[in-house]
Design a protein around this ligand. Structure first.
Ligand SMILES: NC(=O)c1ccc[n+]([C@@H]2O[C@H](COP(=O)([O-])OP(=O)(O)OC[C@H]3O[C@@H](n4cnc5c(N)ncnc54)[C@H](O)[C@@H]3O)[C@@H](O)[C@H]2O)c1
Length: 96
């Protein structure tokens, strides 16, 4: 599987990391689902969607995604780094 095949992101956990990873993926054009065992955490994550945060995300989408500077459709973004570590056979096992 190649990174270009990825279209949907599922974040298992909506804490500090999960929320930020989900936000970054969504801002780069992926459809994102966030799940957590804790309904309190999910409620807090939803509450973090303040009008200011939504406005910032909309502005980012308008200025970068929609103009083709970043995102899945543009093919530009963090997943276009040359020789990413995750493509090496031993990335998950630590064996080169
Ligand atoms: N916060 C950091 O700076 C940082 C940096 C590097 C790595 N990490 C690692 O990332 C992971 C998450 O860290 P965090 O800071 O976001 O923690 P966090 O406590 O803020 O969030 C973790 C969330 O995962 C949920 N969770 C736990 N088990 C689950 C399950 N089986 N299904 C669904 N949800 C589940 C918890 O309810 C919690 O809300 C940890 O393994 C941590 O060591 C964190």
């Amino acid at each position: 599987m190649k990174i270009d095949d990825v279209r949907y992101i599922f974040s298992l956990g909506a804490g500090t990391m999960g929320q930020q990873i989900a936000l970054q993926c969504a801002m780069h054009g992926y459809d994102v689902i966030v799940y957590d065992l804790s309904s309190d955490v999910l409620r807090d994550a939803a509450a973090a969607r303040s009008p200011e945060a939504v406005a910032a995300a909309d502005k980012f989408k308008d200025e970068y995604i929609d103009k083709g500077l970043l995102g899945v459709k543009a093919g530009k973004g963090f997943y276009t780094y040359p020789n990413p570590a995750y493509e090496r056979p031993g990335f998950l096992t630590g064996k080169a």
